[in-house]
Design a protein around this ligand. Structure first.
Ligand SMILES: [Zn+2]
Length: 243
């Protein structure tokens, strides 16, 4: 059992959200199948047709608000509430980690429930009570310009502050848990190497449906559905406070 002094950093990806029924959005899905994701998730696409992009995001917001955190999200919350120093770095834009109760969640690719004014950069959030049935382009209450989803699109760079924070955190990490991500996208694909360079004794565990390019460098890769494998691993490896 790992002591409560163990510093844990977690990287989560679309596999964790998929177990809650949220599609990956790496490709388009459902109603949006006929579109190419490059026509919906780039700054160029938004400049060309903001209404179309917003319709796609309203659809996605609707899916995310109906989804519920699964056992993998809850296991992370239990680790944190048991007293471990735990930080989640997620590639997911949904808020399922927060809704499960995790308090230190950093969104590498932005957050779908936030919007940013394209002119004055004011940041606001959607209300959770919202129904997302509108197809209007939302407007800034400060300057009346249009708002965009506060997510990182293709052809955009990640927030340098979050990257800096992640690097520092990875260097002092004892245990790195990589959950539900078969394709770590640049620069996140460097994170495991940064953690390893920072700590010779780093233990790295990967949870995924299939082997990935990272599997050869992990302490152990555990294959299977993450909502099952991850909670099992947590209860065997860490001291979990009884609820
Ligand atoms: Zn504005």
């Amino acid at each position: 059992m790992k002591s409560l002094e163990t510093k844990i950093t977690v990287i989560t990806g679309s596999g964790v959200s998929q177990s809650s029924g949220i599609p990956t959005f790496r490709g388009t899905d459902g109603l949006w199948k006929k579109y190419n994701v490059m026509d919906l998730a780039t700054p160029q696409a938004f400049a060309r047709n903001p209404k179309l992009v917003w319709e796609w995001y309203y659809w996605r917001l609707g899916l995310v608000s109906q989804a519920k955190p699964n056992e993998a999200h809850l296991a992370l919350k239990n680790l944190e509430s048991s007293g471990y120093d735990l930080v989640v770095l997620t590639q997911n834009v949904d808020n399922l980690h927060e809704r499960a109760g995790s308090s230190k969640v950093f969104h590498l690719h932005g957050e779908i429930f936030q919007r940013r004014c394209i002119k004055c950069h004011d940041i606001t959030s959607w209300q959770s009570s919202e129904t997302f049935s509108s197809s209007e382009i939302p407007k800034c209450t400060k300057c009346n310009s249009i708002l965009r989803p506060k997510v990182v699109w293709f052809n955009e760079t990640l927030d340098p502050e979050i990257i800096r924070f992640s690097h520092n955190r990875l260097k002092e990490t004892d245990v790195l848990l990589i959950i539900g991500t078969s394709g770590l996208v640049h620069p996140v694909n460097n994170f495991p190497f940064i953690a390893k360079q920072g700590n010779m004794n780093l233990e790295m565990y990967e949870f995924n449906l299939e082997l990935t390019p990272l599997s050869s460098m992990t302490t152990k890769t555990i294959l299977g559905p993450v909502e099952k494998t991850f909670p099992e691993f947590v209860s065997k490896t860490f001291k979990i406070a009884k609820k």
